[in-house]
Each structure stands twice: as C-alpha cells, then as structure tokens.
Design a protein around this ligand. Sequence first.
Ligand SMILES: NC(=O)c1ccc[n+]([C@@H]2O[C@H](COP(=O)([O-])OP(=O)(O)OC[C@H]3O[C@@H](n4cnc5c(N)ncnc54)[C@H](OP(=O)(O)O)[C@@H]3O)[C@@H](O)[C@H]2O)c1
Length: 244
Amino acid sequence: MPPRSKPVAVVTGGNRGIGLEICRQLARKGCQVILTARDAAMGRVAARSLAATGLDVSARVLDVSDPASIRRFSRVFAKAPGRIDILVNNAGIYLDGGYDAAGNPGPPATETTLAACEETMRTNLFGPMLLMQAFVPLMVGQGHGRVVNVSSGSGQLATMGRGELSYRLSKTAMNALTRVFAAETKDKGVLVNAMCPGWVKTDMGGPHAKRSVAEGADTAVWLATLPAKGPTGGFFRDRQPIPW
Ligand SMILES: NC(=O)c1ccc[n+]([C@@H]2O[C@H](COP(=O)([O-])OP(=O)(O)OC[C@H]3O[C@@H](n4cnc5c(N)ncnc54)[C@H](OP(=O)(O)O)[C@@H]3O)[C@@H](O)[C@H]2O)c1
C-alpha cells in the first residue's frame, strides 16, 4: 500500500554534500524528511537551514558506523514517526587518498591498510546493512518502501580499475547487499536499488569534480520516489541502468 499521509524519508549523512541535497529534493517533493547526522549540532544546523525555507525536515543523530547508535535510532524511530517509506543510505567515507585533476585515484592496493578497509566497511557497508535489517521488515509490513543505496562507479566490477581498494570493496559489497535485499523483498511492495551519483563536487568528490550536488542527488531522489511498478535490484546512474 502506498503511504496515506506524507511519506517519511530517512537520509543518512544528511548534514552536507549529496545527502543534504537529497534531503532538500525529497522535502520539496512533499516528504517528511528525517535528516540524520553523526554530529548532533551539524545535523541540527543542516535541518534548520532547510526548514527555514518551509520544508518539513528535522534532525536526528545517527552514526552509521556504530551499531549501538543504529539500535538507539531504530528504537526511538519505532515510537515516532513509526512509519518509514524511504531509506537513503547515503553516508559514506573515502580513505584511499584523493583523485588528481584527470580523475585518477591515489595509492595502489598494496598500500591499503586493514584498518582503512575495516573502517570503510563499517561505514559504507555494515551501517547500510544494519539499517536495512532494522527498517526493511517495517516496510514489508506496511507493504510499501523504497531503499536507495548510494553506491559508486568505483564499485562496478565491469569497469574495475586500480587503486582506492577499501572504497571499491565497500561499494561492490553494497551492490551485493542491494541485490540480496531486492531478491528477498520481491513482490512485497518494497523496491531496493543502488545508484552512482557520478563525480560530484563535494568534500569527498573534491574541487575537480564535474557535477553539482543537484545533479548527483537526482537519481537517488528518482529511485526514492519510484511508482509501484518501478524497478528493483538495479544499479543506476542518470536514471539509466548501468552494469554491476
Ligand atoms: N562525491 C562523489 O563524487 C561521489 C561519487 C560516487 C559516490 N559518492 C557517494 O555519495 C555519498 C555521499 O558522498 P558526498 O560526496 O556527499 O560525501 P561528503 O561530502 O564527504 O559527505 C559524506 C557524508 O557522510 C557522512 N558520514 C560519514 N561517516 C558517517 C557516519 N559514520 N555516520 C553518519 N554519517 C557519516 C558525513 O558526515 P560528517 O559531516 O559527520 O563527516 C557527511 O554527511 C557517499 O556514499 C559516497 O560514497 C560520492
């Protein structure tokens, strides 16, 4: 069943970058947006900046790398608003060194530390996994839900290249996570998809990136608001399917 009142959307890493823009665009589309951030003050400031323009956005604390924080968030969320229509797993980290102006990634895989891999996996993979485990059953119970995993072309096996090992591993695994949850929710009203925002001008993307946050957020917002017959278990960029 589609939501009877305003759809409730939860966005992780909503305090800046692509996540903040996803919050803005979802709220403009009439959602009640719960902007989550690991830093309470930063989340509050970001949510207020959107609410000041008349949008329905409020802030909650959520550190996706911390299972206890996810448990706390889910517990409080179950009381109010208690319903979730959209989960956007946007929060992410990139610990592999930046890109140069030509778009080439930094140090080779031989230099990647286990610590960097573990930290990246905790944030980019296990956080989304635990959130999906917490919220997808609610969506199935409602008979309606949309999950958008903000992945990356860096996780595509079809075009896998050198470097950025921990980030690539985390995003390839996030794509697998997407496929598994999509298979398990098939025909239950829940659509689970992954997307790549492209190379976006944010703190992570850096100053050489080609895309604006508005362009980067567009496909995530489209997937978050898909109609009932929309795709599930897909990987998209610019609203078009791309190879895994
Ligand atoms: N920018 C690009 O070119 C690009 C390309 C492909 C994919 N992506 C993906 O797009 C998503 C957003 O990236 P972005 O460019 O907007 O990055 P960004 O500007 O660096 O923002 C990252 C966001 O994630 C949050 N975050 C990091 N760790 C967190 C944690 N443990 N708990 C909660 N929030 C956490 C950050 O919060 P703090 O402010 O507290 O650090 C921040 O809000 C990421 O998943 C990224 O992998 C980006």
